[in-house]
Design a protein around this ligand. Structure first.
Ligand SMILES: Cc1cc2nc3c(=O)[nH]c(=O)nc-3n(C[C@H](O)[C@H](O)[C@H](O)COP(=O)(O)O)c2cc1C
Length: 313
């Protein structure tokens, strides 16, 4: 059976989101926690701490992710996640395309330095006592870079390799490069998981027809555009308004409990609506009002109306 993973989406799929999702929808096999960036003092930020605490992740299989190019920082952080929080599996971020990250040779920026990357991996695989998986793009600038990068990954006991077949300079533009993904699938000695642009049941079917041997898929924005996607994939049950409303309310109440200030709470909700709104018929005017809302009461009012007056497409 297909294993489905929830992608880490920094700023969105924190523990409040994961818990709301878990309470309303079909469970996914692994939830990836948005990245932790080790700092010099070795402390977690309060966001990072809340996100990895076992009591905030009950009943879910969660995998924390580390974003760094320093093997010492990786090992120190992994050790803490293992000993203080009980994690047995950790993911390495070699995919993040953001300018501030890549300028420090991290995320997909690290892919442009294969020799240093190999040394880094030697360092972490030699000493780490947890299982390490990798989430990667296929290069910094050109998909041609990936053959060399994959040779490096193949030297290590990587738990699994999650491939988002775009290069850094694509950001989220263009399309996942399925030719290079096929090449990687043929050449990888490590179990491969696919990630990228599976937004609907049709995308899923098209992908699995082309790659019948793939049995691990990670879903990111697809779960924001249609939070019922995993249930649709697994049980052919399309999303209905009641469950979506329950999920929305769960998420909203979750944020209201842990965040303070209408604007802070609404900032989070608006981010989700940026992805979710098009699942409704005639959504534009509601989406605009949601975006403009500054008070919780105004937000609640327009959301109620949207659910009452429109259907799911
Ligand atoms: C807002 C946002 C935040 C993201 N944060 C992370 C992150 O913390 N770690 C990571 O590995 N990838 C991150 N990603 C990338 C996603 O995990 C995923 O690889 C990407 O969205 C492609 O998958 P999709 O097409 O299914 O969304 C982020 C993407 C977005 C849009």
């Amino acid at each position: 059976m297909m294993k489905l993973y929830a992608a880490p989406l920094e700023g969105i799929t924190g523990y409040v989101f994961r818990n709301a999702f878990h309470a309303c929808f079909d469970n996914v096999d692994k939830y990836f926690i948005p990245f932790i960036q080790p700092n010099q003092r070795g402390h977690f930020s309060s966001r990072e701490k809340q996100d990895v605490k076992p009591e905030n992740n009950r009943g879910m299989y969660t995998v924390p992710q580390i974003l760094t190019n320093s093997s010492e920082d990786f090992l120190r952080t992994a050790w803490k996640l293992q000993t203080a929080y009980g994690y047995k599996e950790i993911n390495l971020n070699l995919g993040c395309p953001s300018k501030t990250v890549i300028s420090k040779k991290r995320g997909s920026g690290f892919l442009a330095y294969p020799e240093e990357l190999e040394q880094f991996l030697e360092g972490i695989f030699e000493k780490a006592e947890v299982e390490i998986s990798i989430k990667t793009r296929i290069g910094k600038e050109s998909p041609d870079e990936f053959a060399r990068i994959l040779e490096i990954y193949n030297k290590f006991p990587v738990r699994e390799l999650i491939i988002h077949p775009r290069v850094q300079t694509d950001f989220y533009k263009n399309h996942p490069n399925l030719e290079v993904f096929q090449m990687a699938l043929d050449a990888s000695k490590v179990p491969v998981c696919y990630n990228g642009d599976i937004f609907s049941i049709e995308d899923y079917q098209r992908f699995t027809e082309r790659f019948p041997q793939i049995d691990h898929i990670m879903l990111g924005r697809g779960l924001l555009k249609n939070p019922g996607l995993t249930r649709e994939i697994r049980h052919q049950i399309p999303l209905d308004k009641e469950i979506l409303k329950k999920f929305h309310d769960c998420l909203y109440q979750g944020y209201c409990q842990v965040l303070s200030g209408d604007r802070t709470i609404l900032f989070k909700m608006k981010e989700l609506w940026g992805f979710l709104a098009p699942i409704f018929t005639d959504y534009e005017k509601y989406a605009k009002k949601i975006k403009k809302s500054e008070k919780l009461w105004a937000y609640e009012d327009v959301v109620e109306k949207l659910f009452a007056e429109q259907d799911l497409v």
